[in-house]
Design a protein around this ligand. Structure first.
Ligand code: AMP
Length: 283
């Protein structure tokens, strides 16, 4: 496995790999790799001849007061995980290798980015789109893999790829969870023991809504209330949004006709957690 630190090395590898006719898969990450990330790596390894994992804590997708400086950085462990999975290139640029001090060009998706996390994290998706566009330009992947855990991000990237005509196939992988249902996330390590227990209510709430849906309920408000009742058992959990959307367009629904997805964001102390579940797909 090659570990590449700058864009020129990355481009040279891409040129050489393309010359030999191999297809390229890309898995963009911010490191601190867990099973969720590695499940996407496996998808890429199956879909493409060579896989690049990018590892970059992207400063421009963090707002003021967010956790950019405290975000967990575990480079050596990440290297070992990628090596064990047969990754071809770990692209881990320094911040300065991707952004010049006077960087002033951004990519903005202006419809799907607006609601939900876009409200609570202004500028977040602009930062995500910009770094993903840069990675696409540098790595020129045939396929790129993203997690359904961050469903809004996935839909925004799919839209960006369509609207900007990137010749890239976007693949997505299901959310990998802890045994109690909490979605794996680098931010879970911020949780105190007490908050960690409460965090399990997030998935329990989503499941409760899905059960209510399976019983025939289609009124979005009733489905959200069923989830909220489960969340209310966790005294420190503050819901930011809890909403039924169309799975493809992310437009809010009053009636949960398929394909319907429930989106949830909540804070536990300073930790912000997001999760989502398809209501019309049994799991
Ligand atoms: P991050 O490093 O948090 O930016 O995530 C990198 C990629 O991993 C994104 O496409 C995420 O959606 C995906 N991801 C994060 N957590 C999970 C999870 N628990 N299961 C599956 N994919 C995940």
């Amino acid at each position: 496995m090659k570990i590449l630190r700058d864009s020129h090395e990355m481009c040279a590898w891409v040129r050489e790999t393309r010359r030999t006719g191999l297809s390229i898969g890309l898995v963009p990450t911010m490191g601190n790799l867990h099973e969720g990330h590695m499940s996407l790596v496996r998808l890429s390894c199956r879909a493409a001849d060579a896989t690049v994992v990018s590892l970059f804590v992207n400063p421009i997708q963090f707002g003021p007061g967010e956790d950019f400086s405290s975000y967990p950085r575990t480079f050596d462990a990440d290297v070992e995980k990628c090596r064990a999975e047969g990754v071809d290139v770990l692209f881990a640029p320094e911040a300065g290798a991707l952004y010049e001090p006077d960087h002033s060009t951004y990519v903005e998706e202006s419809m799907l980015s607006d609601g939900f996390c876009g409200v609570f994290r202004p500028g977040h998706f602009r930062g995500v789109c910009t770094v993903v566009a840069k990675l696409f330009n540098l790595v020129q992947p045939d396929v790129a893999v993203f997690g359904e855990k961050d469903i809004q991000q996935l839909r925004v990237i799919e839209r960006m790829v369509r609207d900007l005509s990137y010749p890239i196939r976007i693949l997505s992988g299901p959310t990998v969870r802890e045994p109690d249902g909490l979605a794996l996330s680098s931010r879970n390590r911020y949780l105190s023991d007490g908050n960690r227990k409460q965090a399990a209510r997030i998935f329990a709430a989503l499941q409760q809504a899905r059960r209510t849906y399976a019983d025939g309920e289609r009124d979005a408000e009733v489905l959200c209330r069923a989830a909220a009742a489960v969340l209310s058992v966790a005294p420190d959990l503050r819901t930011e949004y809890l909403v039924v959307v169309d799975d493809r367009t992310l437009i809010t629904r009053k009636k949960a006709d398929p394909p319907a997805r429930l989106l949830l964001a909540a804070r536990l102390g300073k930790t912000r957690l997001i999760d989502n579940l398809r209501l019309d797909v049994p799991g």
